[in-house]
Ligand binder design. Structure first.
Ligand code: SF4
Length: 438
């Protein structure tokens, strides 16, 4: 729309807002000024006898005013989500097929079952979407930035996967480097898990994309998972040669899920349950159905107890659960004692790397709120005035401890690559020297 027309439209819409027309019952007036309901016909699409209008045409300024008022305070992440869902709709499966895709690899099979074949009347839970939406936002921003700078790469590339009923969508394919890249934007918790290396589910997913691209006749030599800590910006990359065995192992797993869906089999719950597993508790939209949450609450039981042991647990099942809990309690006590013993050997060591372990002496200044609250209570009991209470100081203490962490797998990989490169360079020098001597 021409800028002058857009401005005129906004000014007319503003007039509707200040008139209070949006605060009372919406009349959806026609461009002729007559309310929608006064237009002729059962659907009120005909003319208006009072204005002489021949057919109803919604007043675009009124519509704009309604949209502006209704969307004045939307959540930024909801807006990002709506934009991205429109841009990248979930791929639909082939007729009669299932929507299982590469990103489902090693996911919870029960969640997949309830997503693909929900029982009638199943109510879905509201879930915490912040992490998923923040990750999607970073994905899109990265794509926009890279598309401008590296236009030869293919982004959000749809790729058919042999054996699956729907296409996958890979983040980046670089035909020059013959590299498939999948990006992940984990938060702190997942980032800490990556200390031991990439998530096997992400590796499998990447290799499936590699297999799909090769099936299209496109070269794939490398599959890389690129992680960026979404709050701190730190990056770790895990490139590896494409491996058909890894791709087929992952595809077999997904085909097994598709087969179970075909025959209507009940699938495993692959997570621990809402009392112990944050994925179930905060991020799974089928949690209440999966763990019979309402029935468990009514029976005064935990969802896990009610679901696994049954509504009326047999004695032998209760014995099994009690013995299992006791066994883990003993193991935990033993592990805690051994850890304390081992950890005490580190006190006084210099900060540094010991083998593949990082040892760091740490300190922090902590406010002593509890001590302060006790002093305030004692003073109150003694009849202190407000002025005297204000003078009670908040004291601080220093906490000291030794942190022990593994060297991150990404750093070990980088060291190994550097050692290999140095070895190759040495070998080249030796070859050149030999050639020179000859
Ligand atoms: S609640 Fe947990 S176990 Fe159940 S479907 Fe969801 S992720 Fe799987």
């Amino acid at each position: 729309m021409r800028p002058d027309l857009a401005r005129a439209l906004a000014e007319r819409a503003h007039a509707f807002v200040v008139s209070g027309a949006m605060d009372s019952e919406r009349t959806n007036p026609c461009a002729c000024g007559g309310p929608e309901v006064e237009h002729a016909g059962t659907a009120h699409r005909g003319g208006h006898p009072g204005t002489g209008c021949r057919r109803y045409r919604p007043d675009t300024a009124y519509q704009l005013a309604a949209r502006a008022v209704d969307n004045a305070d939307t959540h930024p992440l909801d807006d990002v989500d709506a934009y991205l869902t429109g841009l990248y709709p979930r791929p639909t499966p082939a007729p009669g097929g299932h929507g299982v895709g590469p990103s489902d690899y090693l996911g919870c099979r029960k969640a997949i079952q309830l997503r693909e074949a929900p029982p009638p009347g199943m109510v879905r839970n509201d879930v915490d979407m912040f992490a998923a939406r923040a990750g999607s936002g970073w994905h899109e921003l990265t794509r926009l930035a890279r598309e401008k700078q590296y236009p030869w790469r293919e982004y959000e590339h749809e790729v058919a996967i042999p054996g699956l009923d729907r296409v996958g969508r890979l983040d980046e394919y670089d035909g020059v480097l013959a590299r498939v890249k999948d990006l992940k934007f984990p938060g702190e918790h997942t980032w800490n898990d990556l200390a031991d290396g990439p998530d096997p589910a992400h590796r499998g997913q990447g290799h499936i994309y590699g297999l799909g691209m090769r099936a299209q006749g496109r070269p794939v030599d490398t599959v890389e998972i690129e992680y960026m800590h979404r709050m701190e910006g730190e990056v770790e990359r895990f490139p590896e040669p494409y491996d058909e065995g890894t791709a087929e192992e992952a595809l077999d797993w997904l085909s097994g899920v598709n087969f179970a869906l075909d025959v209507g089999a009940e699938m495993e719950r692959d997570r621990g349950g809402p009392s112990s597993d944050v994925i179930c508790e905060r991020f799974c939209p089928v949690r209440d159905h999966c763990w019979n949450v309402a029935a468990a609450k009514a029976a005064g039981r935990s969802p896990e107890s009610y679901t696994i042991l049954g509504a009326e647990p047999e004695q032998r099942h209760a014995v099994w659960a009690a013995e299992r809990a006791l066994s883990f309690k003993r193991d935990r006590a033993e592990a805690k004692t051994e850890y304390t013993r081992a950890h005490s050997l580190l006190v006084g060591l210099h900060n540094g790397r010991y083998g593949d372990v990082l040892v760091t002496n740490k300190s922090r200044k902590m406010p002593e709120h509890e001590k302060w609250a006790k002093a305030v209570k004692a003073a109150l009991d003694d009849g202190a005035t407000a002025e005297q209470l204000q003078k009670i100081p908040l004291t601080y203490r220093w906490d000291h401890w030794v942190e022990v962490k593994p060297v991150r797998a990404a750093d070990l990989d980088a060291e190994e690559a550097a050692a290999r490169a140095a070895e190759a360079a040495d070998a080249e020098v030796i070859d050149l020297q030999k050639a020179g001597a000859a």
